[in-house]
Design a binder for this molecule. Structure first.
Ligand code: B1M
Length: 228
């Protein structure tokens, strides 16, 4: 199989929600064929860049899953099956994305804001940050502003990464920034945000330091930021 065919096959299997070959998938006729786990392992054996697998096969396919959910073709369990595929792929890819033995570039608190359960993107960002040498404290998803601010305070983290995937939760990021200001922590903490509904303009509007299009963009932006 060519590189492009393999990347396409991984994406197809994420959309089908198939983690391993025994899984049936959303459509018929897939059972027994290599699924995400086997295909990602093959891609690594073929020396395909893990970054390309993340960007082309995983991120893109979840957009497709979102469209299918929008149109009513997929229900929540179908979205969860695809989410599980991305998690399985990242378990395999993580060690290949992370640079071993890199000197600490600083403490980074990471969270998906209150009311929001989406954590796939945040988890990818966490793996990439660790790989880039940051000490990451991942607070998880649906994290209250109070917990986020307390974690920044206790750890003395110089960086905070906030994720939101819902238009109804993205404003929580502003609440977090305001709470950091109240606690006198804003000046000491660089706040980076990301997630599908957020944007450069939104980041400016709420007073964040940077908007990150994806995990790789976050790493690039951090290279330009003076160390906190
Ligand atoms: Co939901 N969901 N979901 N969902 N979901 C979306 C976001 C949606 C766009 C789907 C749709 O309708 N088309 C829609 C939001 C609509 C809106 O707000 N306008 C939606 C909805 C409506 C919902 C529910 C309300 C559905 C319901 O119950 N009726 C519900 C809400 C639950 C809640 O949060 N309270 C819900 C639930 C779920 C599941 C739990 C089933 C599941 C999440 C599982 C999980 O995360 N563990 C799920 C999923 C999987 C999706 C879609 C299909 C995929 C999201 C994803 O993982 N993308 C999504 C559709 C879509 O986004 N196209 C959808 C892949 C991921 C790699 O990208 O998260 O953007 P992303 O992360 C990127 C960048 O954004 C950036 O880097 C990441 C990696 O490159 N980034 C950062 C993100 N955070 C960052 C932080 C940083 C830096 C960069 O800090 C430094």
């Amino acid at each position: 199989m060519s590189k492009q065919e393999l990347l396409k096959k991984i994406a197809e299997n994420v959309i089908q929600g198939r983690v391993v070959a025994e899984d049936e998938g959303f459509d018929e006729g897939y059972e027994g064929q290599p699924a995400v786990t086997e295909l990602v392992e093959q891609a690594l054996a073929d020396k395909i860049d893990p970054k390309e697998i993340v960007l082309e096969s995983l991120t893109g396919s979840m957009e497709e899953v979102g469209k299918k959910f929008d149109s009513g073709e997929y229900l929540i369990p179908d979205m969860l099956a695809s989410a599980e595929c991305v998690g399985a792929a990242m378990d395999i890819l993580g060690p290949h994305l992370a640079g071993a033995g890199v000197e600490s570039k600083g403490k980074f608190v990471l969270a998906t804001v209150a009311g929001d359960l989406h954590d796939i993107g945040k988890n990818i960002v966490g793996i990439m940050l660790k790989g880039a040498g940051f000490e990451v404290q991942d607070l998880g998803n649906d994290v209250t502003t109070e917990r986020i601010v307390a974690a920044v305070k206790e750890s003395g983290a110089g960086y905070l990464g906030l994720s939101a995937l819902l238009t109804t939760t993205m404003r929580e990021m502003q609440t977090v920034i305001e709470a950091l200001e109240k606690e006198g922590l804003r000046e000491k903490t660089r706040v980076l945000i990301g997630g599908a509904p957020t944007s450069e303009d939104f980041a400016k509007d709420i007073g964040a330091d940077a908007y990150c299009r994806d995990a790789f963009h976050a790493i690039d932006l951090l290279k330009e930021m003076p160390r906190q």
